[in-house]
Design a protein around this ligand. Structure first.
Ligand SMILES: Nc1ncnc2c1ncn2[C@@H]1O[C@H](COP(=O)(O)OP(=O)(O)OP(=O)(O)O)[C@@H](O)[C@H]1O
Ligand SMILES: [Mg+2]
Length: 228
């Protein structure tokens, strides 16, 4: 090795659904600790790109490497999934009739506890630390259904971070958020970068608001990725 490790490395990726090609011959690399915004119109393929990175959609052509490991076996794709914290575009957390602290703790499911095993002291401690980091401490006992859009987003990010991922993928639903919640995201991201030093890919419809916290941005259009 010896060179700086790439957290994500896509080479010649083409991918899509049935006969519709969405991504066409894409090359992309994210280095350790980097934060990159992904821009593009609705339907451009941003979420599809995330699915490829997470090993949920197998590309037609090209190779995906996460932290230097190729995702060409089922085992490696499961492994990759564990390195990645994913904040999905569609929020369902808000409908859960459970407390914020339990919603965050559930993010650890499938890491050290699963099935009938109960959360450990470490799981609980990580949940508390994550709640504090995202300023959710005061809301820990609130019912998730009573949160605002911005607060729900914080819970969704907390659920991803509590798994201690090496890479954070944020599929930003700016459209569902009010202006105040949108304004919070840059601040939230800079806290995450400062405190956790995570590598981050953030899909955004509002490049400008994220300019200060991202290192660079790429634009997805007509299946290709452009540096901007
Ligand atoms: N599961 C699927 N099956 C078939 N086609 C799909 C599927 N998911 C997405 N597509 C199609 O792939 C294209 C890219 O979709 P994708 O969700 O990646 O776009 P996006 O950039 O995330 O859009 P948005 O900004 O609206 O979230 C669209 O034409 C979409 O209709
Ligand atoms: Mg999308």
């Amino acid at each position: 090795m010896g060179f700086s490790p790439k957290v994500v490395e896509l080479s010649g990726i083409s991918a899509g659904y049935e006969r519709q090609e969405v991504l066409n011959n894409i090359d992309f690399a994210l280095t350790e600790g980097e934060c990159c915004a992904i821009l593009g119109d609705n339907g451009a393929g941003k979420t599809t790109l995330f699915k490829v990175i997470m090993g949920l959609l197998i590309p037609w052509q090209g190779s995906v490497k996460i932290l230097g490991r190729g995702l060409d076996s089922a085992g490696s794709r499961i492994w990759a999934r564990r390195q990645i914290g994913y904040v999905p575009q569609a929020r369902s957390d808000g409908r859960l009739p459970i407390q914020v602290q339990d919603a965050v703790l559930l993010g650890r499911w499938g890491t050290s506890f699963a099935g009938l095993r109960r959360p450990s002291q470490l799981d609980r401690q990580l949940a508390v630390e994550t709640l504090e980091l995202l300023g959710l401490g005061p809301l820990a006992l609130c019912d998730c259904r009573e949160l605002s859009g911005g607060q729900k987003q914080r819970v969704a990010i907390a659920r991803a971070l509590v798994r201690k991922p090496r890479l954070l993928l944020l599929d930003e639903p700016t459209t569902y958020l009010d202006v105040a919640a949108r304004d919070n995201l840059p601040e939230l991201l800079s806290t995450i970068r400062r405190e956790l030093g995570l590598s981050i890919l953030v899909i955004s419809h509002d490049a400008q608001s994220l300019q200060e916290v991202t290192d660079r941005a790429v634009l997805l259009r007509d299946g290709s990725l452009y540096s901007i």
